[in-house]
Design a protein around this ligand. Sequence first.
Ligand code: PBG
Length: 325
Amino acid sequence: MSPTIRPRRLRRTPALRRLVAETRIHPSQLILPMFVADGIAEARPIGSMPGVVQHTIDSASHAVEEAIEAGIGGVMLFGVPRDEDKDATGSAGIDPDGILNRATAALDERFGDDTVIQTDLCLDEFTDHGHCGVLDEWGGIDNDETLERYAEMAIAQVDAGSAMVGLSGMMDGQVAFVRDALDDAGYEDAAILAYAAKYASALYGPFREAVGSSLQGDRRTYQQDPANAREGVREAALDEAEGADVLMVKPASFYLDVLRDVADEAQVPVWAYQVSGEYAMVEAAAANGWIDRERAIAESVTSIVRAGADAVLTYWAVELARSLR
Ligand code: PBG
């Protein structure tokens, strides 16, 4: 007997497949992470992330212009200070003359009305030990002292022109603490993106080169154990209750189950970060001729959106946005 139910009918032609697609990516839901470095004369390639660079403020400005032309939703800035500007408490992240705040001010002035300039709010790029927080006398991470630094950093970033601060340090209580500090400073309108479920992942490897990280050891006492999905949902619920405007799951591809669970529960937008290792794996395989690069890029981001992400931070944001046009 021949089948009467034939799902293949809707796959017959490209036009039919396009019509019945359940997931569509729009350029406006893509966000480009960008690195801006101090003390360099021109943009510098990052070996482990072919196609991604450490920018000067000038080259970043040009890149943001291109990003706006491509129609993406926004950019997320990371600062790369000079080694000699790093210290135990990450002062260069709070200093208005620090590279991240300087870059934010320059980009906000030029593009603040045309896109959403967001900033990474974490100490790791600015500390000489490379951790996301300040250390206590035994070398552990002092959660509550770190919150004080995050509050100062948040105010400095919003002063500079950041529209949304991305709290990526995974300290307990960071969202409530920073919200309070921003409100006290009169910055009720500055939004908080909470890296709510952030896992201690091998996939951040290339990023450590990208920001010239000084980290020895790992972040397992503050970032989450990859084994735990329920804990990710709990972290997200806590951040939402503390006043997060947007929740993030990170990394993306290895954590699609967590992303789905968080998206099912959340009352605020849920974003996902396709991190440096996700980028590097595809680029490396493609460079070897082992994978179809464009298809892998589109498939990876489609899958992240399918799993529940309202927007995706991806190093392919501009390229992908152009290809969607
Ligand atoms: C911490 C931070 C990291 C990334 C974004 N924010 C590094 C880490 O947690 O070790 C990683 C992003 C990526 O790998 O693309 N400020």
